[in-house]
Design a protein around this ligand. Structure first.
Ligand code: HEM
Length: 521
């Protein structure tokens, strides 16, 4: 502002009329001077210990929809504004990469679909998206049912033994079993066994999460990799998983070579409906390293996310018995005791709303990470290339400006006969699966998986927080975890008779009327 004001004074002295100067400098102030992004001040050290998105929420309330956070020499832009999020994710998505996320995940996902950028991403996305077609997802409903049935049986035993259960780890195993079969036709069977491969998956997952919250990239120190016992364990786990993936790819290639099936758009091999089988049958021209990276990416992307959604949904339900009974009523009338089928997904409307609302309160992951590849303008602020950006989905989903009673669990906020809420119809204030070209490819798969698991579990069992359970607090890796598990008491439901859906309202509404008539006579 120093130079323009000196210039203005000089021009005034030279006799340029004031009105002209006002016009000229008004324009300079609006268009020439860069408005600066608000900078969050104060101690950021708090971020290290608690779930890091919590202090970011406080800062959002103070500094608004975009602000800068300085971390020693590093700086981040925190975005919590729907239209800026839409700009980054959709309107100008080509100008952004996965940045830090790609760096952190490289050791496990390589150039898989989540971290990949540019041409590799474009080619792989085009190959993978068709594999999750309607008929594939419909075939998966059975798998979801069978896997959940195994969990139900396990919980039945706990219910009769009167033993409390830790649901977070059980959900993690349920979704691992499902994603292994769904992506590369491998049965981890982790609900029953603790094999070396299951342990290896968890070793790698834990490492990825630790790296994503570590302040120093210790794993980049060359000798460290070779002498740190922990890094050795991680390398061994990765090798084990990669070897198994290579075997599975080889086995699947042989199956494809021998089969007579003609490949077409909705191709599904009944014996092995996996994504891997589809990709190989499609003649997808891909290096085995790239294919392995993509399989590993889907394994991780589709595992902890769904598990976290189930965990937080059951936590929320335990606090709202009214919602739980309404949900159980719906499941009783739609399903009774049979396994869910694809047609039921449309009918389990309230169950879907429960999940919509759980995803609003506990978005997985709670932040999306990007890096600007070129200079750009966010809202009214110009930014340079190379900025690291966190889009806080947590802040968007809990903003008091965007939601009434933002912190309340109210599945009713979305009417049953309205559209299923998504980023488009909520104009980027709701991003359960991201948005734009990099939106989740597994959104429908995951939604059905969670509906099936939720419906089958609450049909058979009642869930309550266990007596003396540790308080349920949040911590983060890639998804939101509990700090000490979700300890619950399960009991068999005393099942009400199965009433066909249409007769329900007349039954419940007639009763009080006939009662009052009786009172009068
Ligand atoms: C991307 C959420 C399940 C595969 C994403 C993104 C979100 C998300 C928010 C966008 C990330 C970003 O923009 O940075 C979820 C949630 C799930 C879930 C909440 C469960 C409830 C799954 C499943 C699969 C999957 C089951 C695999 C079958 C992927 C892949 C991407 C992705 C491959 C990257 C897409 C790309 O960059 O082109 N997911 N996801 N996700 N998800 Fe999911």
């Amino acid at each position: 502002s120093g130079f323009p004001s000196v210039l203005k004074e000089s021009l005034l002295k030279l006799g340029v009329p004031n009105a002209v100067l006002e016009f000229l400098f008004g324009w300079v102030n609006n268009h020439g001077d860069c408005p600066r992004i608000p900078e969050a001040k104060g101690s950021i050290s708090a971020i290290r210990n608690e779930a890091f998105f919590i202090p970011l929420y406080e800062l959002y309330l103070r500094y608004g929809g975009i602000f800068r956070l300085n971390f020693g020499p590093k700086s981040f832009l925190i975005v919590s504004d729907p239209s800026i999020s839409k700009h980054i994710l959709k309107e100008n998505s080509k100008a952004y990469s996965k940045g830090i996320l790609a760096e952190i995940l490289e050791f496990v996902m390589g150039k898989g679909l989540i971290p990949a950028d540019g041409e590799i991403w474009r080619v792989r996305r085009r190959a993978i998206v068709p594999s999750l077609h309607q008929k594939y997802v419909a075939a998966m409903i059975n798998l979801f049912g069978q896997a959940t049935d195994r969990l139900c049986k396990k919980l039945d035993v706990a219910a009769s033994d009167g033993e409390d259960v830790e649901m977070e780890s059980l959900f993690s195993r349920l979704t691992l079993d499902i994603i292994g079969k769904a992506v590369f036709n491998y049965d981890f069977d982790s609900l029953t066994n603790d094999t070396g491969i299951v342990e290896a998956v968890y070793t790698v997952l834990r490492e990825a999460e630790d790296r994503s919250v570590a302040p120093i990239p210790f794993w980049e120190i060359p000798i460290w990799k070779d002498i740190s016992p922990r890094q050795k364990k991680v390398s061994a786990a990765l090798k084990l998983i990669n070897d198994i993936l290579d075997d599975l790819i080889a086995i699947c290639k042989r199956m494809v070579d021998e089969e007579e099936l003609q490949f077409h758009e909705e191709y599904v091999n009944e014996q092995d409906p996996s994504i891997l089988h589809f990709l190989l049958a499609s003649g997808d021209d891909v290096s085995s390293k790239q294919l392995r990276d993509d399989l590993m990416t889907m394994l991780i992307a589709g595992h902890e996310t769904s598990a976290a959604v189930l965990t937080w949904t059951f936590y929320l339900l335990s606090k709202e018995p009214r919602v739980m009974s309404k949900l159980q009523e719906e499941v009783d009338s739609v399903l009774g005791d049979r396994f869910p089928r694809i047609e039921d997904m449309k009918k389990l409307k309230y169950a879907t709303r429960v999940i919509n609302e759980s995803l609003r309160l506990y978005p997985q992951p709670p932040v999306l990470i990007r890096r600007s590849l070129v200079d750009d303008v966010l809202g009214k602020y110009p930014i340079k290339r190379g900025e690291d950006i966190f889009i806080s989905v947590w802040n968007l989903h809990r903003s008091p400006k965007l939601w009434d009673e933002a912190d309340m669990f109210k599945p009713e906020r979305w009417p049953l006969d309205g559209p299923n809420p998504n980023e488009t119809n909520q104009n980027f204030s709701y991003l359960p699966f991201g948005g734009g070209p990099r939106k989740c490819v597994g959104d429908l798969f995951a939604s059905y998986e969670i509906v099936v698991a939720l419906a089958m579990l609450v049909r058979r069992l009642n869930f309550q927080m266990a007596l003396g359970a540790p308080p349920v607090e949040m911590t983060t890796g890639a998804t939101i975890h509990t700090t000490a598990g979700l300890k619950m008491t399960v009991t068999r439901r005393v099942k009400p008779p199965i009433i066909p859906a249409l007769e329900m309202p007349t039954l419940t509404m007639d009763a009080p009327i006939s009662l009052s008539k009786g009172d009068n006579t």
